[in-house]
Design a protein around this ligand. Structure first.
Ligand SMILES: O=C(O)c1ccccc1N[C@@H]1O[C@H](COP(=O)(O)O)[C@@H](O)[C@H]1O
Length: 212
């Protein structure tokens, strides 16, 4: 059975970018509810943007060490969202919203991903990002050889991906999904329609090579 690598595009702030990401073939669209991010949107704005999404394109709400009432406000604005916890949240904090969630792991030499996975058994997937100051969205890749072969849940490959690198990432890591923010932007929070299209085409190129 052929695997179609799922594509999440993150950090959208404008209607035109949401429409262009969907047209390019994104399976999921991320909204950053982390006030320190240059891509931050508030829950009401995330709700407005998420209402543009057609069926079968999933809105994702990204949090970094948010208070429970902040997570609740996001979920109230976008009730059908998948959550992405990208900070230092414990399993208990992730479960408090009673919504399916991705847990981000900050990959660096010496980081034990299998231990991290064991501490987050309720996550529907682990999103692997580079360890950077500021938690994420830095456009920095990590060494993919740090990923063990037997991660016990779906892997979302992230961190510094772009149209030029994602084919190699899919072929080498074989993730369930890929996630990109900086690599398809003209400025922080401003997506480039041509780059999003090229990114999705590069993922499909990898998928087609995996057929051979
Ligand atoms: O996008 C942000 O500003 C952000 C802020 C804090 C935590 C995570 C953030 N984004 C996520 O970071 C990864 C990698 O992004 P990039 O492609 O390297 O720019 C991705 O999962 C974003 O969703």
């Amino acid at each position: 059975m052929k695997h179609r690598t799922r594509i999440k595009i993150c950090g959208l702030t404008r209607e035109a970018d949401v429409d262009a990401a969907v047209a390019a073939g994104a399976d999921a669209i991320g909204f950053v509810l982390y006030p320190k991010s240059p891509r931050h949107v508030d829950p009401a704005r995330a709700g407005e943007l998420a209402r543009r999404l057609p069926p079968f394109v999933t809105p994702v709400l990204l949090f970094v060490n948010a208070a429970p009432d902040e997570v609740a406000a996001g979920v109230q604005a976008v009730p059908h969202a998948l959550l992405q916890f990208h900070g230092d949240e414990t399993t208990e904090q992730c479960l408090a919203a009673a919504r399916p969630y991705l847990r981000a792991a900050r990959m660096a030499p010496g980081f034990d991903l299998l231990d991290f996975a064991a501490r987050h058994p309720e996550a529907v997937g682990l999103l692997l990002d580079a360890h950077i100051e500021g938690y994420g969205g830095g456009g920095k890749a990590f060494d993919w050889s740090l990923i063990p072969a037997n991660v016990p849940c779906p892997v979302v490959l992230s961190g510094g991906l772009n149209p030029a690198s994602v084919t190699d990432g899919v072929l080498r890591v074989r993730p369930w999904a890929v996630d990109v923010s900086s690599g398809v932007e003209s400025a922080k929070g401003i997506k480039d329609a041509a780059l999003m299209r090229r990114f999705c085409e590069a993922v499909r190129e990898a998928d087609s090579r995996l057929l051979d």
